[in-house]
Design a protein. Structure first.
Length: 290
């Protein structure tokens, strides 16, 4: 996202509203049929046996980085050397409702697709379009040995991986190696996320999941020499992005990240014990990859 060029002489007026979104979104209709009996799911197996890896995009309809990546991987004909890979476009209905003037409205259709992954909700009587899609995809997830759930950050933040609460999730995140920031948290207060579904959250089960949340589809986070920071912020604001700000400093020491929990009323620093009422659970551990 970036603001368009200012017109006229002098300083541009303060920017208000949502910056124009200039990246082209892929037309996913060519992948609608799938090849595994589930719409928008494509599964490929190698001759040599191996694990079944599910790569899922569009858990949230407005987080499009994963969809761009999966569309390209399918277009390029990527196939596994061993085992099986499934490429999933999850909440396509929300993606199709995307409005560039209001990008956050298409996060979901009726409820958050990433808060319904408990056995009670999936097997219950509630009916929403997002939940119906989760139920449709559940057999695909149940066949997975590993899940890579691709998201896109919408706020300025370092790229991060959510590893869950189990040692196996942390080990996977460290083995992958990117992004360098790994969050271990206690899940989400509003409902169970896909990465925490069933066997993924069972320490005795070898099946694994990892949620990737890069910031390439949200705000730009840049590290610059301190002496240049004020001038850079001034230049960005002059270009039309009024929210540019210095948000912290890089200091010597072990990897550490202060987590902020956002509530409807305000933002405040949060710890694992103080964030129980926040919309997002705070991380209990944040660590850099070794």
């Amino acid at each position: 996202m970036k603001a368009g060029p200012a017109s006229g002489a002098g300083s541009p007026p303060p920017f208000t509203g949502t910056p124009p979104i200039e990246i082209p979104f892929p037309d996913l209709s060519r992948w609608a049929a799938g090849n595994s009996g589930v719409p928008f799911v494509w599964t490929f197996s190698a001759r040599e046996p191996g694990p079944h890896v599910v790569v899922q995009s569009l858990t949230h309809g407005n987080e499009v980085c994963g969809a761009i990546a999966v569309d390209r991987l399918l277009d390029e004909g990527l196939r596994p050397a061993r085992g099986t890979v499934s490429f999933v476009f999850a909440n396509v209905g929300a993606y199709r409702s995307f409005d560039r003037a209001d990008p956050f409205a298409s996060r979901c259709l009726d409820e958050d697709f990433n808060r319904v992954w408990s056995a009670e909700v999936l097997g219950g009587t509630r009916q929403t379009r997002d939940l119906a899609r989760a139920r449709e995809l559940r057999p695909v997830i149940d066949r997975a040995d590993a899940l890579l759930d691709l998201h896109s950050m919408t706020d300025p933040c370092p790229p991060l991986a959510l590893a869950g609460t189990r040692d196996k999730g942390l080990a996977l995140a460290r083995a992958v190696g990117v992004p360098p920031w790994i969050i271990i948290d206690a899940g989400h207060a509003a409902g169970k996320r896909l990465r925490d579904y069933a066997f993924f959250d069972d320490p005795a089960d070898p099946r694994l999941s990892l949620l990737f949340d890069p910031q390439t589809c949200g705000g730009l986070l840049a590290a610059v020499p301190e002496a240049a920071a004020a001038g850079l912020v001034q230049a960005i604001v002059a270009g039309g992005l009024a929210d540019a700000a210095v948000i912290g400093r890089v200091a010597a020491g072990p990897p550490e990240l202060e987590v902020t929990a956002h509530t409807a009323a305000a933002s405040r620093p949060a710890s694992a014990s103080s964030a129980s009422g926040a919309s997002e659970s705070a991380a209990s551990v944040v660590t850099g990859a070794p």
